[in-house]
Design a protein around this ligand. Structure first.
Ligand code: ZN
Length: 250
């Protein structure tokens, strides 16, 4: 299909849309108030609007290779912050898909270039679930499970962000969802990872993290942490002293 054909398609779409709803574009021009944020894969077979039955104005969209939520990705963080704090989205969905080339590449024992550094984030998911992952003999099923595990892990990564943690403290906490799309039959499935991942991480990644660490130290040492010791923990540059609770556990 040539670019001219794309432009012709667009003209037809404008004509058809205006014929059925003359005010459609005027309404959208006034602003957006989407309820959903979609974080999906760049794969051309996973078109966000088509698979969710949403139209213009209903869903804010971020896509990258293998639907990743990486904490140093300023692009993703900007989308997330704007969507949650400015647009006020209520539901965030991480949407993975079976047959994902990015996930398959991460599991393959071969290099692809720069992208390998991005795929390292999926290799981390393999590392975290290695026992379960290697137990699945069938390669196709193993990759399907990795797609699901990757979605769950990216929902967890969302839950760790200050943006989601802060939203959870407010009156209208954002809800998180992990979905998987099957390109073979078009079905979108809920992995039901929505609630617990946020609450279970609050004591480490949330604003209560410092209190929790202090409580752990108290439990282990049976006494309150002296104020000057607390200060040195906070000032610690190499982080070794700051993880007193973790170190004492070993
Ligand atoms: Zn993909």
């Amino acid at each position: 299909m040539s670019i001219n054909q794309i432009l012709e398609n667009n003209r037809q779409w404008v004509a058809e849309t205006t014929a059925t709803d003359p005010d459609f574009f005027n309404r959208l021009a006034d602003g957006q108030k989407p309820r959903y944020l979609f974080i999906g894969c760049s794969d051309s077979r996973v078109p966000a609007s088509a698979i969710t039955g949403t139209g213009p104005g209903e869903m804010f969209v971020h896509r990258n290779i293998a639907n990743m939520v990486v904490h140093t990705d300023l692009n993703m963080l900007s989308v997330l912050q704007y969507a949650v704090e400015v647009l006020g989205v209520q539901d965030i969905m991480v949407v993975g898909h079976y047959g994902c080339g990015g996930v398959a590449a991460a599991a393959a024992s071969k290099q692809y270039g720069l992208i390998d550094n991005w795929l390292t984030n999926i290799r981390d998911v393999i590392r975290m679930h290695e026992t379960q992952f290697m137990r699945i003999k069938d390669e196709n099923k193993r990759l399907q499970r990795l797609v699901e595990l990757n979605v769950i892990e990216q929902v967890r990564n969302l839950a760790k962000t200050s943006i989601v943690q802060n939203s959870r403290q407010g009156a209208n906490p954002v809800r998180l969802h992990g979905l998987v799309y099957d390109i073979k039959d078009g079905v979108l499935k809920d992995l039901e990872v929505n609630e617990d991942v946020v609450t279970e991480l609050e004591h480490i990644y949330g604003t209560k993290a410092m209190n929790h660490a202090e409580k752990q130290v108290e439990e282990i040492h049976g006494a309150k942490v002296p104020a000057d010791a607390k200060k040195s923990q906070q000032n610690s540059v190499n982080g070794e002293q700051a993880t007193t609770a973790g170190a004492a556990k070993k």
